[in-house]
Ligand binder design. Structure first.
Ligand code: SER
Length: 873
């Protein structure tokens, strides 16, 4: 039964919905709040905190089609892509999840029903693996599902360490994990390969299609297994693999999505052998690149952006190998958005931006690609052994933008490898910089781990009573902190807003009798809210009852900026178009910053219009309404959700009249009129296709206007005018100064002509040729050229050498009339003098200039010209 990939995706989600699962949207490829993870690499990532019991959701069963990227991080498939049937940088994982609801039995039943009833796969083609000691799973498969024992393979810790098994799934070195049962599909005897657990298991005959993980533990950094609050289920089925089966093909590259992309790639590159592996590379890479950009990743030199850059460059190199002329990669975005069906909707909306980002990156790399390849080829040809040295790999990286894996790719095709250690050594300096800039690798479990949860009462209050439930000093949990110490305090209840959604954390004071803690910032740690600051007075210990007071003026300034951000966002979309999507936001007390996708600079008149519209909305003084509802109702209401953002099931919908409706957990003004005034202070580009606007509101806007006014009156007083006529006064001054410059130039020319005439009288004759050698002091070096031309004219035939000392520096110029350049060249002449005054120069045979540093040596150097010329002329 043939099914398209899009049909399979829809059938899977519908099947699990019919089994009581909530369909949850794929989360962003950039994991929310998880610094241990470079990219989302499995369906369960967005539910990590739910498995750990740190986050509550209003459903216990969920199903998703999750976009995943495995490149550059722990699971790095980049180098294999294109050369195997099933490695991809980007793939989609279909999954069903139970959070303490059903466990092994139902997970197995559902998987079997979907495969054999919905997809109608023949049972005899399927076999399963279980974790060696998981008798419970064996019994369910064997006794309840009727799978014969010889089609249930037990896999132990075959990778050498406890729990190091294909049938014990772990997200990473730490985090949720557990034993799993995997379902394999037998592609048939005609394909080489053995059953799982046999030496031939890596062959392509038996392919794992579905992994059902029984989440039971939270693995700690030291390797211990802490039981999860409730046993849960996490399953994952790569959509490309199941599509291959449903479409009767063996390689993932033969499924509908890849066939389309391979054909389109061939078309834009201008190549007709569809079986070429480079086309597979390009077809694979456009998927990760396009979706990473959709999720806000931009090519750069570090972190996620660098992985994206590496993938783009690898694709461009493969296209180039097939003879692509000019940028081609970006042209695949449209076809990709189309073929991805329901998973391509957001890409369609952002198509123009994604194309632009890719095209700029391609153009930039295209400029150095050929030169870099030539250098690489030369280096490979001159190699005595088979390893390319690290220095060359680094040079290619540093000068020609060749990521090491791209160099490796080219080297590998020619039977060489690269000296990675040597390259890494050369990279150490850059690496250090990247580490300092806070790149990835912070261990989630090693970061402050706070199990407490805090009730937030700050939407309506700025003061509240609470009890200290946890205390940290220097990153360690402590029982008490004393005056003068920096600490982090967790309360059971607080009005302090913890930084999120771009809104800065609150500041203020936490106090009790004889105790004062100055809060400088507030941050979230899972469900706990941490106040960081300094103990100003007394000591604080766990269990203390305290009063928390938010700095009201600061909070108010922040909330005005936050509400204005929503108005700005809506105004930009209205004026510039629906493609405007929020790419970043920072709401502070003194200003707001808003990053958004837009292809070109926002013009001055557009900015003025945005300001006008936002201020109009402020004057309308609409009530800023907050309604809490479930996410589906919010979307029906037309609330703007940020793509890729992680939302709870219950969301807050913020509306300001009909003008703006947005999902937002932040704190806002009561009425738009509270904002008072909105003023943009800057607009600029921060990356390809991303603009940034900075603005101020309320008192901050007035202060900005005052600062401008002060500048204006300072300028006015400098030109002895007033604000009203300062522009015409400055205009007149500029015109006047231009006129003066012109007159000065005329005078200088006149003076030079005069000096020239004076100089002529100093001319001597050497062998019948008129020669003028002279030292001027304090002349304008630029004017010397004109002077020499003038002197040559007056001499008719002759040689001129002028030296000039100005500001302690020597300027030299020599001129030879055309009839004499057969005998004397101005360049030689000027160098004769220059050498003696510590300089060097050059120029045409009839005119040459030089500079020097040794002014004291100039007279003697000029004297040496006469005997030299006497020989030449
Ligand atoms: N987390 C498991 C995997 O990635 C199942 O979804 O294989």
């Amino acid at each position: 039964m043939y099914m398209s990939t899009d049909e399979i995706r829809r059938a899977f989600l519908a099947f699990f919905e019919s089994k009581g699962h909530q369909i949850v949207e794929s989360s962003s490829l950039v994991p929310a709040n998880d610094p241990t993870l470079l990219f989302t690499n499995a369906g369960m990532n967005q539910f990590k905190d739910t498995f750990l019991g740190l986050e509550k959701r209003n459903y216990t069963r969920a199903t998703t089609a999750q976009r995943c990227v495995r490149a550059g991080g722990k699971h790095n498939d980049l180098e294999n892509v294109g050369f195997t049937a099933r490695h991809h940088t980007f793939f989609e994982m279909l999954g069903n999840f139970s959070f303490g609801d059903y466990f092994k039995q139902d997970a197995i039943k559902y998987a079997w029903e979907f495969l054999t009833v919905t997809l109608k796969l023949p049972e005899e083609r399927l076999l399963v693996t279980i974790y060696e000691t998981d008798d419970e799973a064996f019994d369910i498969w064997n006794k309840e599902m009727g799978i014969p024992a010889d089609r249930i393979v037990r896999i132990g810790d075959n990778k050498g360490a406890p729990y190091a098994s294909d049938n014990f799934w772990q997200m990473g070195d730490t985090g949720p994990c557990g034993p799993c049962t995997e379902i394999f599909y037998d592609h048939g005897e005609h394909i080489w390969g053995g059953r799982p657990g046999t030496p031939e298991e890596d062959g392509d005959r038996f392919i794992e299609i579905w992994n059902n993980v029984f989440m039971q533990f939270n693995r700690q950094a030291d390797g211990t297994m802490e039981p999860l609050p409730k046993p849960s289920v996490d399953t994952g089925m790569g959509i490309e693999r199941i599509a291959a089966i449903m479409q009767g093909v063996h390689s993932n590259y033969e499924i509908d999505i890849f066939q389309t992309l391979i054909k389109e790639s061939a078309k834009v590159i201008g190549h007709d052998d569809l079986s070429n592996q480079s086309l597979r590379v390009v077809a694979d890479h456009i998927r990760s690149c396009a979706f990473l950009i959709v999720d806000g990743v931009m090519p750069s030199n570090e972190g996620r952006g660098y992985v994206l850059r590496r993938i783009i460059r690898r694709a461009v190199r493969h296209g180039n190998k097939l003879g692509a002329q000019g940028a081609f990669f970006y042209k695949l975005v449209g076809p990709l958005a189309e073929i991805m069906g329901t998973a391509g909707e957001e890409l369609k909306k952002q198509q123009a931006i994604v194309e632009k980002v890719l095209k700029i990156e391609e153009d930039n790399f295209g400029r150095t690609l050929d030169r870099g390849l030539a250098i690489l080829n030369e280096a490979l040809e001159s190699l005595d052994d088979k390893v390319l040295d690290g220095e060359t790999v680094f040079k290619l990286y540093d000068t020609y933008g060749f990521p090491a894996d791209l160099t490796n790719d080219v080297a590998r095709e020619r039977g060489f490898s690269i000296d990675e250690d040597g390259f890494n050594e050369a990279m150490e300096a850059q690496r250090q910089r990247a580490r300092e800039a806070g790149s990835f690798g912070v261990d989630y479990n090693n970061a402050i781990k706070i199990d407490a949860s805090t009730e937030f009462c700050g939407y309506t209050a700025t003061q509240g009573e609470g009890q200290v439930v946890a205390l940290y000093c220097n990153g360690e949990a402590v029982d008490s902190v004393n005056a003068g110490e920096e600490a982090l305090i967790v309360l059971d209840n607080t009005p302090f807003y913890a930084e999120s959604g771009g809104q800065s954390g609150d500041a203020g004071v936490i106090s009790a009798a004889g105790v004062k803690f100055d809060v400088a910032d507030t941050q979230k740690f899972s469900d706990a809210i941490g106040h960081s600051g300094v103990v100003a007075e007394g000591a604080i210990k766990i269990g203390d009852k305290v009063v928390a007071n938010v700095d009201i003026a600061r909070r108010q300034a922040i909330s005005l900026n936050h509400s204005a951000t929503h108005l700005l966002h809506a105004a930009l979309r209205n004026l510039l178009g629906e493609h405007v999507a929020q790419k970043g936001s920072l709401v502070k007390a003194d200003s707001l910053r808003f990053d958004f996708s837009h292809l070109e600079g926002v013009k001055a008149e557009e900015l003025r219009e945005v300001e006008r519209v936002v201020n109009e909305q402020i004057r309308l003084n609409n009530t800023i309404e907050t309604n809490v509802m479930d996410i589906e109702s919010a979307k029906e209401k037309g609330a703007m959700a940020l793509f890729g953002e992680k939302y709870d099931d219950e969301v807050r919908v913020l509306s300001m009249g009909d003008f703006s409706t947005e999902l937002c957990g932040g704190i806002h003004a009561a009425n738009t009129g509270d904002i008072g005034l909105f003023k943009i202070v800057s607009e600029g580009g921060i990356a390809a296709g991303i603009r940034r606007i900075e603005a101020v509101t309320g008192a901050g806007a007035i202060a900005a206007l005052h600062a401008q006014e002060a500048l204006l009156s300072e300028t006015a007083s400098l030109v002895k005018s007033d604000a009203a006529s300062v522009a015409s006064k400055v205009g007149a001054l500029v015109a006047h100064s231009k006129q003066l410059e012109k007159e000065i130039q005329q005078l200088k020319d006149k003076l030079a002509a005069q000096e020239g005439a004076d100089l002529i009288s100093q001319a001597q004759e050497i062998n019948g040729v008129k020669v003028l050698i002279s030292q001027l002091d304090g002349a304008d070096n630029k004017a010397l050229r004109g002077m020499v031309d003038e002197l040559k004219n007056q001499l008719g035939s002759g040689v001129v050498v002028l030296g000039n000392v100005s500001d302690g520096k020597v300027g030299l110029i020599a001129g030879v009339t055309k009839d004499l350049i057969g005998k004397v060249k101005a360049g030689e002449l000027v160098n004769l003098v220059a050498q003696q005054v510590g300089g060097k120069g050059g120029g045409r045979p009839d005119m040459a200039q030089a500079g020097g540093t040794d002014a004291a040596a100039l007279p003697a150097a000029l004297e040496s010209v006469t005997p030299w010329l006497a020989e030449k002329l």
